[in-house]
Design a protein around this ligand. Structure first.
Ligand SMILES: Cc1cc2nc3c(=O)[nH]c(=O)nc-3n(C[C@H](O)[C@H](O)[C@H](O)COP(=O)(O)O)c2cc1C
Length: 194
């Protein structure tokens, strides 16, 4: 199985990266291949709502200025499974990751006029890993709900989420935290064999 991980933290070696590395190690030790995109290395602009991706005569992906987003979308399309790893920023996704998620609009067919619309990520397991400084309750639900809503919209498979609350430094992490990362990796792998 080829797993694409997308690190949505602006810190390439921060908390989220640390936990994501555990998930990646676990997948690799079960003979899966892992390719990580560190999103902050790509300067992604917003969806400009140009509608070009919906025009039948334009079968390409996003038509916004070439900033590498299409290369990321193509990697997502080719992967067997995707993990989005993100810190919680103001109850939601950090802005550069939100830009990418908004622009996934371009992998979706004409959903305005056809409820049977096709999407290029249909049937693909997508999981979410979140780290945050506060609790889950009253804090992280908005992000988690938007993840499930987005996955439904993409007709992808919700492979589930794992949340690391009250996360200040990597020194706070325990063996139990590592076990949760391993369990999440195993759940992802199981989704691909179903
Ligand atoms: C701009 C900003 C906004 C944040 N907003 C929240 C928040 O709404 N809720 C929360 O629990 N933690 C919040 N945090 C804390 C981070 O989610 C947390 O420290 C996370 O583990 C950082 O991960 P990273 O090192 O991978 O970037 C925020 C941090 C920053 C810098």
């Amino acid at each position: 199985m080829r797993v694409l991980t997308i690190l949505g933290s602006p810190r390439p070696n921060g908390n989220t990266s640390h936990v994501l590395s555990w998930v990646e190690q676990s997948l690799r030790s079960s003979a899966h291949s892992v390719d990580r995109i560190t999103l902050i290395e790509h300067v992604l602009g917003p969806c400009r709502e140009c509608g070009m991706c919906r025009k039948p005569e334009n079968p390409d992906l996003c038509h916004a200025p070439t900033d590498g987003a299409n290369a990321i979308f193509n990697k997502m399309i080719r992967a067997d499974a995707i993990i989005i790893a993100s810190p919680l920023f103001c109850w939601g996704f950090p802005s550069h990751l939100k830009a990418l998620l908004d622009r996934l609009y371009c992998v979706v067919g004409d959903c305005d006029h056809n409820p049977e619309y096709a999407t290029k990520l249909e049937g693909k397991p997508i999981g979410l890993l979140v780290t945050c400084a506060g609790p889950e309750e009253g804090n992280a639900e908005l992000m988690i709900r938007s993840y499930y809503a987005l996955v439904r919209f993409l007709k992808a498979i919700p492979a589930g989420h794992v949340l690391y609350p009250f996360f200040r430094t990597t020194q706070d992490l325990t063996q139990q935290d590592r076990n949760r990362a391993t369990e999440f990796a195993l759940r992802m792998a199981a989704q691909c064999t179903m």
